[in-house]
Write a protein that binds this ligand. Sequence first.
Ligand SMILES: C[S@@+](CC[C@H](N)C(=O)[O-])C[C@H]1O[C@@H](n2cnc3c(N)ncnc32)[C@H](O)[C@@H]1O
Length: 356
Amino acid sequence: MGKKKKRDYEAEGPNDPSLANGASQSSEKQRKKKSKKTEDVKSPANEMPTVSIAVPGSIIDNAQSLELATRLAGQVARAAAIFRIDEIVVVDNKSISEDTSTETVLNNSDENESGAAFLLRILTYLETPQYLRKDLFPKHNSLRFVGLLSPLDAPHHLRKHEWCSYREGITRKNPDGGSVGTLVDVGLSKNIVVNEVVEAGKRVTVAMGTNRNTDRDQPRKIVSPSTPRKEGMYWGYRVRYASNISSLFKNSPYKGGYDHRIGTSEHGLVINSSELSLPPFRHLLIAFGGLAGLEECVEEDENLKGKTVGDIFDSYLNTCPHQGSRTIRTEEAIFISLQYFQEPINRVSTKYQHVD
Ligand SMILES: C[S@@+](CC[C@H](N)C(=O)[O-])C[C@H]1O[C@@H](n2cnc3c(N)ncnc32)[C@H](O)[C@@H]1O
C-alpha cells in the first residue's frame, strides 16, 4: 500500500472558523503524529475494515414517553442495519470513567434504567434474530413497546423456510445427557447438532453448509460471529457500553483501537462527500453527540481535561451544511451522516480489496 497522501479535508476551510481553526492549529502536532500512525496501517487483504458509530445514551433521556424512547432507539438500530454498521457504542455521560461491562448493564433488572442502559437493551434486542429473543431476553419494563418497531430484517434474521450458509442459534441441553456434540436451535423446525460441547443457553453462529439434512448424523460447526462477515455478508452489529467519551476509545474491542476517528457537528468542516478522502483504515469510528453536542461531552469528561474535539478526533465534519432547521436531532444526523460517509467509506474498502 502506498504512503498516505495529505488528507483532502485538511486543505478545506472550516465552516465555523472559531472552532475548526482552533481545533486544527492547536492539535497540528498531534495530527502529524496520527497521520504517521495511519501511514503504518497495513491491513491484510482478507481483513475487511469495520465501521463503528458512537451514540449518546442521553438522547433517550429527552424522549417524553417510554413509547417515544423505544421508537427513537428503533431508528438508531434501523440506521445501523441499513448502513451495515459493525459496532454501536452507547456512550453514557459519567464524568469519571467506570469499567462497567455491557453485560452488567444488560443484566440489571431495574425498571427505570438510564437512557444509556435503555438504548443498549433495545439495540441488542433488535439485533437478535426473533427466534432467539424469548430465550435471551427476560421480561423487562424497557421492552414493553418493542413490538411496535420495524424489524431490522438483516440477513441473519432468517425465517424457518430460508436456508443460509450460516445461522445464529442458541445451545440447548442434550436430552440424552451425552457429551458428544451439542444441540442448537437455529430457528429451523428441528434442532441441529454441532461437534463442539457448549453449555446450554449460549448464542452461537453455526456454519450450515449446503446440505439441508438436519439429522444428527450431519453435525455442523460453530464459527466466530465474524466469519459470515469475512464472506461479505452483513451479520448485524455488536453493541457496547462506554461510560463516557474516554472509555469509548479506551475500551475498543479492536486490537490497536479505532485508527480513524470522526466527530460530527454543525460546527465541523464542510466538505462535499464526493471530495472527502478517508485514509486507509481498519477500524473507523464515527461519533455523534447529544443535545449539547460532542464538544460538551468532551468538556464533561474528567479524563479529557484541557482537550478539545480537535485533539480527540482526526476530523470534525458537518455532514449537512445549510440546514433549514436550527437543530438536527441526533437520530436524524445518524441517517444523514451515514449516507454522507457511504461513498468515502466504499472508496477505501474497494482500495483494500487490491492490497496484497
Ligand atoms: C442536536 S445536535 C447538537 C447540536 C449542538 N449545538 C452541537 O454543537 O453539535 C446532536 C448531534 O447531531 C449531529 N449533528 C447535528 N447537526 C449536524 C450537522 N450539520 N453535521 C453533522 N452532524 C450534525 C452531531 O453529532 C450533534 O452532536
